[in-house]
Design a protein around this ligand. Structure first.
Ligand code: FAD
Ligand code: NAG
Ligand code: NAG
Ligand code: NAG
Ligand code: NAG
Ligand code: NAG
Ligand code: NAG
Ligand code: NAG
Length: 602
């Protein structure tokens, strides 16, 4: 068995697949930012950075510059083709972070890779589009004091960032088309359902009394056949850089600069004034001043950049000799991430697995032909889209101190179980599928810190997976249920032999080892600069001036499923707040309640 590479991590394999040519994007930043001041400097061109840039630059007299460390991958065929997502999961387009060896996992250090390209995570992610339980958004609104985040309001922002197009296909799916608007990102269902998707869904429906739901309309518990950010007309990835990015390309008042890695934010006293970035192609270093700086580097990089710039826990900053601008110990704390453990099963050759798509020469050629002919076949989809979310029996938590799981609102699931037609753990040379059980609403959080003052050193990520007794009880129960689901009536006829952990693994101690060994990030980190904690209800860093954060780091707690939908919507809420606030601020004497809030809280 290979060492853990984790979810959608096939970098090691790409080298061996010489037949498939990787057309790496040409670096394409002709323009260098001028040193003149702009109104808004946005750090990071992920979903959040793009949404904010698009909203603010609608006013043609407002200037916006977005700085992105990664490349422009928009000419890379592999970024477009959904199943080719494995070929963009490479160092070219990733921050290849690993967490620190985790004592809960017996010293295993799961990777926490993040997207690094125009589009950020949306350029490399698995495209699943999901919103989850509505009570989560109400909780965000409550803890942050921003009522725009409550479900009844943020639904408008989900609509404003997406539209839905019906993908004709020969299978039934529950889809609520009323929860979409005419926003840039296209959401659709799969063009074909994988052979194992329906039996897996039925197995969970029968074993846990679930029904099929659409988890984009506020539902959180049930079986979802899944929607993805895939453009129907040519089955290509629909993501921030080729939706919002093309809108911005037509505006003269906004620049999006790839290959521009921000090293530091410059503060005069407590006021942010400029950012310094290095062009990763020419090595030229530039300082760009902004009336406002907006950080959108994602849940790992935003707290890192703040700490490098003197904003964070003063003890930590002193220990690496960074002058303290503001002591905010909460920066980098409160790291929440969906994490899971994997069961690998062998698949028959009529299942369209990763192996059949790329390693079996016969079928690989056939699938390429189908896709190139009319975008049909498995390459236009993402290795299976469906999942099940459910609550564990309260008795799982008997004898455990604390009520995190048992007191979660009833619309929240504890577990997200999923099957995918690729090896999520190891790289066996046979056709396999992976199933995994995820903590949808974990109790324990981790944190991020820095170990040096150098921006080129990776941040130190303490992911703390399965970090409480209740989390351990939850994953132990769910992992056993996952293994036994293959013995249930809908799946038993397929006789899928377990490859990992394997039939010899039966004792509680050995099962726990398998859970630890295969523990992986779903790549959904949030919370490290949470609204209500590090930023005030109007996204301003408390105690500092002219600097805001809008990205996944500001999301205070995990939604019940995948995060990208929430990031687009939260950024849309924030952008409207910034517009209203800054417009009000330009009128002398106007009273802003949240200004006084911010002063008191700092
Ligand atoms: C491998 C993977 C698979 C995923 N699968 C799914 C999925 O199927 N469905 C789903 O809903 N979500 C998925 N996600 C999560 C989703 O993509 C993220 O939640 C989302 O992209 C976060 O958006 P963001 O704008 O906050 O940050 P990001 O998308 O991380 O964007 C931040 C951007 O800022 C840039 N940046 C950071 N620091 C600097 C700096 N100092 N200077 C300049 N630029 C900087 C980064 O390079 C990056 O491009 C996945 C993520 C990954 C990594
Ligand atoms: C556009 O921006 C300018 C400059 O900040 C401002 O004076 C003007 O009021 C804005 N227009 C609108 C419609 O908000
Ligand atoms: C897919 O279709 C969109 C919308 O028509 C278009 O902009 C894009 O260039 C197409 N992509 C490819 C790879 O053909
Ligand atoms: C950036 O801002 C800081 C803080 O005001 C200042 O000291 C520095 O000179 C500025 N850098 C440039 C190049 O303007
Ligand atoms: C700051 O970091 C130090 C060193 O890690 C830690 O001991 C301390 O508790 C932190 N301070 C706060 C307020 O969290
Ligand atoms: C490749 O796929 C074909 C068609 O499904 C199948 O008959 C064959 O057994 C597969 N080869 C391997 C090595 O799995
Ligand atoms: C939940 O646990 C209790 C106590 O162990 C048991 O009686 C009950 O049958 C369980 N319910 C389900 C749905 O498994
Ligand atoms: C995988 O198996 C095939 C056929 O069984 C063999 O030809 C090939 O060399 C193997 N590849 C690897 C990487 O082991």
């Amino acid at each position: 068995m290979h060492p853990v590479r984790s979810f959608l991590s096939f970098a090691s394999l790409t080298a061996t697949l010489a037949a498939i040519s990787l057309s790496l994007a040409q670096t394409s930043d002709a323009i260098d930012a001028s040193t003149t001041k702009v109104d808004y400097v946005i750090v990071g061109a992920g979903p959040a950075g793009y949404v904010v840039a698009e909203t603010l630059s609608r006013n043609a007299s407002v200037t916006v510059t977005v700085l992105e460390a990664g490349l422009d991958g928009r000419n890379d065929h592999n970024m477009d083709v959904p199943a080719d997502l494995i070929f963009v999961s490479t160092p070219t387009y990733l921050w290849e972070y690993n967490s620190q060896p985790d004592p809960n996992l017996g010293g295993i250090a799961p990777n926490l890779w993040q997207g690094r390209a125009l589009g950020g995570g949306s350029a490399v992610n698995a495209m699943t589009y999901c919103r989850g339980s509505e009570s989560v958004f109400d909780q965000w609104a409550h803890t942050s004091g921003n009522s725009g985040l409550q479900w009844s309001n943020i639904l408008n922002d989900f609509k404003a960032t997406t539209h839905y197009i019906n993908q004709p296909a020969d299978y039934q799916q529950t889809v609520n088309t009323n929860v979409y608007g005419d926003g840039p990102v296209e959401v659709s269902r799969a063009s074909m359902i994988d052979l194992m998707d329906r039996p897996f869904a039925m197995a969970y429906e029968q074993s846990f009394g679930l029904k099929e739901v659409d988890q984009t309309d506020g539902e959180g518990v049930g079986v979802d056949l899944g929607l993805s950010t895939i453009r129907v007309s040519n089955r290509t990835r629909s993501y921030a850089a080729n939706t919002y990015g093309y809108i911005l390309a037509n505006r003269n008042n906004v620049q999006v600069l790839p290959n521009s890695w921000v090293q530091k934010i410059g503060f005069a006293g407590k006021t942010a004034q400029n950012v310094t970035y290095i062009n990763t192609v020419s090595n030229k270093v530039t300082t760009l001043a902004g009336e406002q700086i907006i950080l959108a580097g994602g849940a790992i990089n935003t707290p890192q950049l703040l700490m490098l710039s003197g904003v964070g826990n003063a003890t930590t900053l002193n220990s690496v000799k960074i002058p303290v601008v503001r002591d905010i110990p909460a920066v980098g704390q409160n790291l929440w991430d969906h994490h899971f453990s994997v069961v690998v099963v062998q698949a028959t050759s009529n299942v369209d697995t990763f192996y059949q798509m790329f390693q079996n020469a016969t079928t690989a050629a056939q699938f390429q032909t189908e896709y190139l002919k009319d975008y049909s076949g498995p390459l236009g989809n993402v290795f299976g889209t469906e999942w099940a979310t459910y609550r564990l029996n309260d008795s799982v938590f008997n004898g455990i101190n604390g009520k995190h799981y048992t007191s979660l609102p009833q619309d929240r699931p504890h577990i997200l179980a999923k099957i995918g037609a690729f090896p999520a753990y190891g790289m066996p040379n046979v056709s396999t599928m992976s199933a995994w059980a995820t903590l949808a609403q974990p109790e324990a959080s981790g944190y991020i810190t820095i170990g040096s003052s150098s921006y080129t050193d990776a941040p130190l990520i303490h992911s703390n997976y399965y970090g409480s007794a209740a989390d351990k009880a939850a994953i132990s129960a769910a992992y056993k249920q996952l293994r036994s689901i293959f013995e249930s009536a809908p799946l038993k006829p397929y006789e899928m032999q377990e490859v990992f952990p394997g039939s010899s693994v039966t004792s509680d101690a050995d099962v726990w080892k398998a859970i630890q060994q295969s523990a992986s990030s779903f790549h959904h980190p949030v919370g490290t600069c949470a609204i209500g904690s590090v930023v005030d209800s109007r996204w301003r860093i408390k105690g500092l001036k002219n600097i805001r954060i809008v990205d996944s780091s500001t999301i205070p707690y995990l939604p019940t499923c995948h995060t990208q939908a929430s990031v687009y919507a939260v950024a849309h809420v924030a952008a409207q707040n910034i517009l209203e606030h800054d417009a009000a601020g330009s009128k002398p004497g106007s009273y802003r309640r949240e200004d006084s809030e911010s002063m008191h809280s700092s």
